[in-house]
Ligand binder design. Structure first.
Ligand SMILES: [Zn+2]
Ligand SMILES: [Zn+2]
Length: 715
């Protein structure tokens, strides 16, 4: 397998002994590439003289383990992505390149009996210092360096003279830092997790915000470590903070923890990956890519905030780390814990179907802490000043006076404006399917991005005739500047994609917040990710309505999760928090469920809606996207494919082609086909046949690109 966008493997002749999972250097065209051996069994009927030869075995490392290769094989076939590219996506960058990597020898040094007898003289100060420690216990090179900077040179000299030898390291016995007492809910959840026998078991740990899910993970992880197992902990991109790592380090002070994420320096990432693979790391904490880390003694997987969108990769190999983690747990026959305050509907449906077991934490971890009061402010009746209602302005002013921090969450509805009537609540729905039509102002058109339906923009509300129809969620920027004008003395800290780009950005934000240098946090989705900003007594949500009626059917699920998360920032300690939500639909079931803190009721009604509309998780979906310089070419390509494959699509519904929600991106225009079926196997049987057809047809179009997105999270 090589790192090229080609389905299928290549056959080479090898004069070296090779085995599956080994890295080799091979000629490919005019280049030399790193390849990974899939099998050493030759296909039948080969003419050896036609084959190119393996140049070299890159054998500083053992062969990649069979369980890892099986995971890659599964991911490639499930996501219909070239096997070679899947494999190379899963490897750290250093292992993708055609160069030798070897395992560092980290075995400690110990004195031999000859060494013990050869005490250095007092004048040899550095040697004496090192010898004295070594006469008591063995030392790794890193430890030895702490006693003298010349450790490396001295040890090499002694090793050559037979005065020291390398010995096998034995892992220190597990030590546990202080763990706080659990409340009744946490204890019951932990007891259930501890009591289950070995084997595959997915758990959904559904705990309200502030209920102490992490503490339950930590105590269950201790059990696995005690049994000598390795643990994999997946967290959303944004939650992998130094605070979280500190918490793990304090709890497991001698356990070896490897961190894996894409921002890590190449060498560090490689070291952690190799340590995990060689069984030297006990815990791997990381973002989605760490789901591929080989772990020979894997005994438990934890996926924190399992509903989070960052577990899905949006380009290249479009995998979902939570779903692959489930597959891994099944393959390794171990338990997996999915934790969230607002689980994904997929997981809720899996609990309902009896595939997952659910554990609930319905109290806040700290006895006195209560859930915040959520109040809806009806903007149809309230007098607005620059888009802000009087109760909101008063509440913010009040916090400023009391020198308490408030948080203002502004929902950005993204790039899909949906028309709504402010009088009767009508929204622009598609007459052919259950999605919303999106406004395209330039062309004065409403368009469905699911089935391709188009119509002219109405001049007045089709329901009640009111002329006041406008896109939902307008004016995000205006709201932000209004806050500055209304509260000129407030120290406002903006948190969005731009202000959190830099590496140390979050450290700086935390420092300012905890040093009391901030009066008001203002931001978008970034604020809804489970950060600990200390005690907030006020949370305000503006412009949330855009998520109620969106062209993307997942928008309301996401909105509920985001509002629950931001609301959860309020009143984490003794003082109960206040949450204000401005809306023109205060009676909407989503807001009613939010006020009642009723996730279960909301999830049940949403699942029912999805069932009626035939959307996931009731059906399985895939998107076939095509992009070209002009939309017309992408659409023609998809129409042709649709025509060619209609007969093969047994039990599969094909909708479109329709322009993508975001039509233009990087000077290219995108269209898509939606492929769906209530039967996952039927969908995948159909998908299996597509890549060769797509490749062949794409060659007739200059510069056209296509991609498949299985279980898409964004339309
Ligand atoms: Zn109306
Ligand atoms: Zn439609």
């Amino acid at each position: 397998m090589v790192d090229l966008p080609l389905f299928g493997a290549f056959t080479y002749l090898s004069h070296f002994d090779v085995m599956a999972g080994q890295r080799v250097l091979v000629p490919f065209g005019t280049r030399q590439l790193c390849g990974v051996v899939v099998t050493d069994i030759p296909p039948e009927g080969l003419d050896d003289s036609q084959l190119k030869q393996v140049i070299q075995v890159l054998d500083g490392l053992p062969a990649l383990p069979a369980a890892f290769m099986a995971l890659i094989r599964f991911a490639a076939s499930y996501y219909h992505f070239p096997f070679g590219q899947t494999l190379f996506t899963a490897l750290p960058t250093a292992l993708r390149e055609p160069r030798e990597i070897s395992l560092p020898d980290e075995r400690p040094y110990a004195l031999t009996s000859a060494g013990l007898a050869a005490m250095p003289t007092a004048r040899q100060k550095a040697k004496m210092a090192l010898w004295q420690v070594l006469s008591e216990h063995a030392l790794t090179l890193a430890q030895a360096r702490k006693h003298t900077v010349q450790a490396s040179r001295i040890l090499a000299e002694w090793l050559a003279a037979g005065l020291v030898e390398r010995v096998e390291a034995c892992a220190p016995p597990l030590q546990l830092g202080n763990s706080p007492a659990l409340n009744a809910d946490q204890q019951a959840a932990l007891d259930a997790l501890m009591a289950t026998p070995d084997g595959f078991q997915p758990w959904l740990l559904h705990g309200i915000t502030g209920s102490g899910k992490t503490e339950v993970y930590l105590q269950r992880i201790a059990q696995s470590l005690l049994a000598g197992q390795q643990v994999l902990v997946l967290v959303p991109e944004i939650n992998l903070t130094p605070q979280l790592i500190d918490r793990f380090t304090q709890r497991f002070p001698v356990s070896r923890i490897a961190v894996q994420h894409s921002q890590l320096a190449e060498g560090e990432r490689l070291k952690g990956w190799l340590d995990a693979w060689q069984g030297k790391a006990d815990i791997v904490i990381g973002t989605r890519l760490s789901v591929f880390t080989p772990l020979p003694r894997l005994g438990l997987i934890v996926v924190d905030e399992e509903h989070d969108g960052s577990f899905k990769q949006q380009d290249g190999l479009r995998y979902h780390a939570r779903d692959l983690a489930i597959w891994r747990a099944h393959q390794a026959a171990i338990p997996i814990i999915l934790g969230s305050a607002t689980p994904s509907l997929e997981s809720v449906a899996n609990v309902a179907a009896g595939r997952y077991r659910q554990l609930k934490l319905s109290q806040r971890a700290h006895g006195a802490a209560r859930l915040p009061q959520i109040r809806l402010i009806d903007t149809r009746r309230a007098k607005l000043v620059e888009g802000l209602s009087e109760p909101v302005i008063k509440a913010v002013a009040n916090r400023l006076e009391r020198r308490e921090m408030s948080l203002v969450f502004i929902n950005r509805r993204g790039y899909s404006p949906v028309l709504a009537c402010t009088d009767c609540g009508w929204t622009s729905g598609c007459p052919r399917c259950s999605t919303r039509l999106v406004l395209h102002l330039m062309e004065r058109k409403l368009r469905c991005h699911h089935c391709g339906w188009e119509e002219a923009v109405p001049h007045a509300c089709p329901e009640c005739g009111a002329p006041d129809i406008k896109p939902l969620g307008e004016g995000t920027q205006r709201l932000e500047s209004a806050l500055g004008r209304l509260f000129p003395t407030a120290r406002i800290l903006r948190i969005d994609r731009d202000t959190t780009q830099r590496k140390q950005a979050w450290d700086e934000i935390y420092r300012k917040v905890h040093a009391g240098e901030v009066d008001m946090l203002v931001g978008t989705q970034m604020l809804a990710k489970g950060h600990d900003f200390g005690t907030l007594s006020l949370v305000v949500a503006l412009n949330a309505d855009g998520g109620l009626y969106s062209a993307d059917y997942r928008a309301s699920e996401r909105l509920f999760a985001q509002l629950t998360q931001v609301a959860g920032r309020a009143g984490r300690a003794e003082a109960p928090g206040e949450v204000l939500v401005q809306t023109q639909w205060p009676d909407h079931p989503l807001y009613q469920a939010l006020v009642a803190h009723d996730f279960d009721g909301f999830a049940a009604s949403l699942l029912e809606e999805r069932r009626i509309a035939a959307f996931p998780p009731t059906v399985y979906q895939a998107l076939l996207r095509a992009d070209a310089v002009e939309l017309a070419a992408a659409t023609r390509f998809l129409n042709q494919i649709r025509g060619q494959t209609q007969e093969l699509a047994e039990g599969v519904l094909i909708s479109g082609p329709a322009p993508a929600l975001l039509v233009r991106l990087a000077n290219r225009e995108r269209a898509q086909l939606v492929l769906e079926s209530s039967n996952r196997q039927a969908l995948h049987r159909f998908l299996d046949q597509l890549p060769p057809l797509l490749d062949t047809l794409a060659r007739q179009y200059r510069g056209l690109r296509w991609s498949l997105d299985i279980d898409p999270q964004e339309m």
